[in-house]
Write a protein that binds this ligand. Structure first.
Ligand code: AMP
Ligand code: GLY
Length: 423
């Protein structure tokens, strides 16, 4: 199989590491990749939303599998673009149709789907310019904290948790009237605040059947003890200690199966990953959000614990035979610690030389924001490198990653020293 993977972060580095291990993988290309993915395949300079350029490349390189790492091309309809083109429709895409990708692309769409299929989630209401005044009234009667969400994609920044009605009204007005998040916040979902601990659950589906990948927990805040602004993710662990059989059974019965069956019953084409962002409220799971791709940095702990051949899973998906697959989760614990640039998630410098990569022992390095420049590896993003370790227990895995975090050097390096702190 010739594979083209779309994306350039730590998630795509972990996916390219995993895909390249498959005996079924003949050639692997990554658009656009990073200094880490270059070890597992060939980086190509094509924009992931430039569908015509993807078409030309896929035909020239006889690509068999187009593997979207990030949500953007899916929400923009890459699946439909390929399936409608006679020259491209044979190419296998582990990802949903444009309509299916609305699960992530529109909070209002996903809330309505959950309501139709009785999937537990926070109570909500939806507002835009047409019922703006009604929205202000609704906030007036809402208990605090109040969660406001931009309907569309806002690069992970579209959720604001407000502590009182006055602040909620201000943010609500900014979002709808002053387009705080551009078109994404023309529609706003107002949600009840749920208290609990979050986790990420991943299904891989062929539309009819599914397999569950190892679950994970990510650490979104920049500061220790879950403080400071949200980031793309500062680290992750897998398994999640509280995700025991009884809780996971509720997740399957109340959330995973109703979602997949619900999509199917509504004739929404959905293949590939469903990321369930869940919160455990006193033993009961609720959906916080869906994503139509794997998580980052969760992938950096999930892929090392997945013992199946990922290319084989994609082929089984294509045959709608995922029911024939036995999924194998490693009994080991995985932890990843993200090294980030000074200032991230705010402004940060780029082009800092990274050294000490050759001194890392017994961990996997998944590059996130790095690039090669004249034989040197330099920082090129906020999140720079994820250091993943596997061990018999979580504490050992974490200490291995932390030892290696000391060995990798670049100017302004920052990381959280308390990943997995609650367990
Ligand atoms: P999202 O982009 O939907 O994942 O939201 C970002 C973060 O906001 C989540 O990971 C939660 O920590 C928080 N959040 C979102 N919705 C709620 C909610 N209804 N109750 C409490 N926290 C929430
Ligand atoms: N780690 C959260 C996400 O990938 O959206």
């Amino acid at each position: 199989m010739n594979i083209l993977l779309l994306g350039s972060g730590g998630r795509e580095c972990a996916l390219s590491w995993k895909l390249s291990q498959s005996p079924l993988c003949k050639k692997l290309f990554i658009a656009t990749g990073n200094a880490g993915t270059a070890a597992y395949g060939t980086n190509v300079a094509i924009g992931i939303n430039d569908f015509e350029a993807l078409k030309t490349f896929c035909l020239a390189e006889k690509i068999d599998i187009l593997f979207p790492g990030s949500e953007e091309p899916l929400v923009n309809g890459v699946y439909d673009f390929f399936k409608k083109d006679a020259l491209l429709q044979h190419i296998i895409i582990p990802g949903p149709s444009k309509e299916g990708a609305q699960l992530e692309g529109s909070k209002a769409f996903s809330k309505k789907l959950m309501a139709r299929h009785n999937i537990p989630t926070a109570a909500y209401a939806e507002f835009d310019e047409s019922n703006f005044e009604e929205g202000l009234q609704y906030l007036e009667n809402h208990s605090s904290p109040i969660v406001l969400k931009a309907d569309g994609l806002a690069a992970g920044k579209g959720v604001v948790i407000t502590s009182d009605v006055a602040e909620a009204k201000e943010v609500f007005t900014e979002m709808i009237r002053n387009a705080q998040f551009g078109d994404a916040s023309k529609t706003v979902v107002v949600e009840q605040f749920l208290t609990g601990i979050e986790l990420s659950v991943f299904a891989f589906t062929d539309g009819k059947h599914y397999v569950l990948l190892p679950e994970a927990k990510d650490y979104k805040r920049v500061g220790e003890g879950d403080t400071g602004p949200n980031t793309g993710g500062m680290g992750a662990i897998s398994p999640v200690p509280f995700a025991q059989a009884e809780f996971m059974q509720k997740v399957i019965e109340r959330i995973v199966e109703p979602t997949i069956n619900g999509l199917r019953s509504e004739n929404i084409i959905y293949n590939g990953f469903i990321f369930f962002g869940l919160i455990n409220v006193q033993g009961d799971p609720y959906v916080i959000e869906y994503n139509c791709r794997m998580g980052d940095p969760e992938t950096e702990v999930v892929m090392p614990r997945l013992e199946n051949d990922l290319v084989e899973l994609v082929l089984k998906m294509n045959e709608q035979k995922l029911n024939e697959v036995s999924i194998l989760h490693s009994p080991k614990a995985a932890a990843t610690v993200m090294l980030v640039s000074a200032g991230y998630p705010g402004e940060y410098p780029k082009g800092k030389v990274i050294s000490g990569l050759d001194k890392v022992q017994d961990s996997l390095l998944f590059h996130a924001g790095s690039k090669s420049n004249n034989g040197q590896i330099e920082t090129s993003g906020g999140r720079v490198i994820a250091i993943t370790s596997l061990a018999d227990d979580l504490k050992t895995a974490l200490s291995m990653s932390y030892q290696n975090a000391e060995r990798v050097q670049f100017d302004g390096k920052n990381y959280r020293r308390d990943i997995g702190f609650e367990f």
